[in-house]
Design a protein around this ligand. Structure first.
Ligand SMILES: *[C@@H]1O[C@H](CO)[C@@H](O)[C@H](O)[C@H]1NC(C)=O
Ligand SMILES: *[C@@H]1O[C@H](CO)[C@@H](O)[C@H](O)[C@H]1NC(C)=O
Ligand SMILES: *[C@@H]1O[C@H](CO)[C@@H](O)[C@H](O)[C@H]1NC(C)=O
Length: 535
């Protein structure tokens, strides 16, 4: 997730608008002793790495961490003890546990009275629940939380507490999706007794939402794909389907109704304009923060079979609503969900429905999402409108075109992907490929034309076959993470200028990249001749 530029600017100045208020039942002494992590993350702490960059140790004191996992501590020990580069090791030591250390705002394993409800509501907020904030904003984004936790999925079977944590996150996301399937970011769950954050946006949104539940209501197709992804990833890693509750199935039905509504064209078969079920308007001076045409967005021709997304994973408005990366992610996740439901048994009709949707969406992307670029040949467009118009660019936020193989949509050797990758990693193929004297990579409109995002370099490393390219990407990220944590974006001419000191998602992507390399190309992270490492 990313946040409105104002909040971003405030956090650069260390004036975060959302403090890390302590849990209501935390002892007062602990509350006083634990510093606000937003300010803590902005000054360096010992012990230092001892490498050329002398990176600081930025984990909070043990008693201030928001969740503990022995399996995670073991991976930190295993990986950092093998690494030759002390700075890279320090970055991993800080980044891998960052989500557990700082963002588990509330978790219950479901056995306490916290989630016990009256008979009528007994289904709601039942079982384990987990509320995961993004970092410097005290709200949960569906996309961010799935990606923040993706780090720990492979360990869920080794550590019962992690299992309960992720199961809780699935349950909590299901409640959010049932309540407001068009929204991207949510307030603390009522049983947590954590007060909701104010959000000073005077947004006009249909369908209406409850601001005590929803933090922001930008409809982003990838939020829903990430809801599915949290569960399919858990299933694929644990082999369990026990976590598929009736609430989860209700959330799935709710999600499918959104996909159907968002497959509707702007004009019906008689050529008459039909208002989309979702509209969004904000009073703002930023064009990317609202939708044109009175909140409807630019016209779309849905004969394509693609699904609309009003906003991108950067939380910026789409220009053309058929945003290809999220359609690709949804195609993958519908199919993975079908496989998961078949494994669970008893849902064959639903599984077939999902697999059919996946196949149709995939062919819609092949038909309408691939266009011929005058220089790079056949490429995936970033956005299309179904009338033949398309946008050539990429944005750092995942899902992106660069991440298509990471999402599981294409092989990285796919010829159209290879052309696309060349295009988006070049200055003349992607307007948001940003370069300067100190840093380069893909950025996006969200922070602006002088800021590239470390996340894009990490995805570049994950999709590369070249040791030299991977090493350069890792070094750029390491060199620009002087506070020992990965930032949201970095000024291409001055790495001391960055946004978001505390952005958990980027740190998880860094850790995933290191773990992928440790398994597949151990020489890069552990030195020549090293054995592969798999937790
Ligand atoms: C994590 O462990 C430390 C030390 O054992 C303890 O003080 C802290 O309360 C634990 N935190 C959580 C959230 O369990
Ligand atoms: C869906 O997954 C199955 C394996 O479960 C695979 O054989 C099939 O090709 C996938 N289909 C699509 C459209 O991705
Ligand atoms: C990273 O910084 C080191 C100096 O600390 C420099 O030698 C190296 O070239 C930099 N690498 C990249 C990719 O910027």
């Amino acid at each position: 997730m990313t946040l409105p530029a104002l909040v971003s600017a405030l956090s650069i100045l260390g004036l975060g608008t959302r403090g890390t208020a302590a849990l209501p039942d935390e002892p007062a002494i602990l509350r006083r002793a634990c510093p606000d992590y937003l300010s803590y993350s902005q000054s360096p702490h010992p012990p230092y790495s001892g490498g050329p960059l002398n990176l600081p140790f930025q984990r909070p004191a043990t008693e201030c961490r928001t969740f503990n996992s022995s399996a995670v501590e073991q991976v930190i020990e295993d990986v950092t003890s093998r690494m030759v580069d002390k700075d890279l090791a320090q970055l991993f030591r800080n980044a891998f546990p960052n989500t557990l250390d700082t963002t588990i705002r509330w978790h219950t394993d479901g056995t306490t009275t916290a989630t016990r409800k009256s008979k009528k509501q007994s289904e709601q907020w039942n079982g384990p629940q987990t509320f995961v904030v993004t970092g410097d904003i005290n709200a949960e984004w569906l996309r961010d939380s799935t990606n923040q936790l993706a780090n720990y999925q492979t360990l869920a079977n080794q550590d019962q507490r992690l299992y309960s944590l992720i199961q809780g996150a699935i349950n909590t996301q299901a409640e959010f999706v049932i309540q407001s399937p068009y929204c991207n970011a949510f307030q603390p769950p009522p049983p947590s007794n954590i007060p909701p954050e104010g959000h000073n946006q005077d947004d006009q949104v249909h369908p209406a939402y409850d601001p005590s539940v929803v933090f922001e209501c930008k409809y982003e197709l990838d939020s829903l794909a990430n809801f599915l992804g949290l569960a399919t990833d858990f299933y694929e890693n644990t082999g369990s389907t026990d976590f598929l509750t009736s609430r989860w199935f209700t959330a799935l039905d709710t999600l499918l109704a959104v996909l159907d509504a968002q497959s509707q064209p702007t004009f019906n078969t008689e050529g008459q304009f039909v208002t989309n079920q979702y509209t969004f308007q904000r009073s703002t001076t930023l064009g990317t923060e609202t939708l044109s045409l009175a909140g409807v967005g630019n016209p779309l021709n849905s004969a394509t079979g693609l699904i609309r997304s009003a906003f991108r994973p950067s939380d910026d408005a789409t220009i053309m609503g058929f945003f290809i990366p999220a359609n690709a992610q949804m195609a993958v996740q519908l199919n993975r969900t079908a496989a998961m439901l078949r494994a669970a048994g008893g849902h064959d009709g639903l599984a077939t429905n999902l697999a059919d949707r996946s196949t149709r969406l995939r062919s819609a992307i092949q038909d309408a999402g691939i266009v011929t670029h005058p220089k790079f040949g056949e490429v995936y467009a970033f956005e299309v409108d179904g009338y033949g118009s398309h946008i050539f660019m990429d944005d750092a936020n995942v899902p992106s075109l660069l991440s298509l193989p990471v999402l599981g949509f294409v092989d990285k050797e796919d010829p159209v992907y290879k052309n696309t990758r060349k295009m988006i990693l070049s200055k003349d193929g992607n307007p948001y490929y940003l370069t300067g004297s100190a840093f380069h990579g893909i950025g996006g409109p969200h922070i602006g034309l002088e800021n590239a995002w470390p996340m894009s370099l990490l995805i570049q490393a994950q999709t590369s076959d070249s040791d030299a390219e991977i090493t350069e990407c890792l070094n750029l990220v390491k060199n620009s993470s002087l506070l020992g944590l990965v930032h949201e974006s970095v000024d291409v001419n001055n790495i001391a200028e960055y946004t978001r000191p505390w952005f958990a998602w980027a740190n998880s992507v860094f850790a995933q990249t290191v773990l992928k390399l440790a398994a597949e190309r151990p020489a890069i992270v552990f030195g020549e001749g090293a054995e592969p490492y798999v937790p």
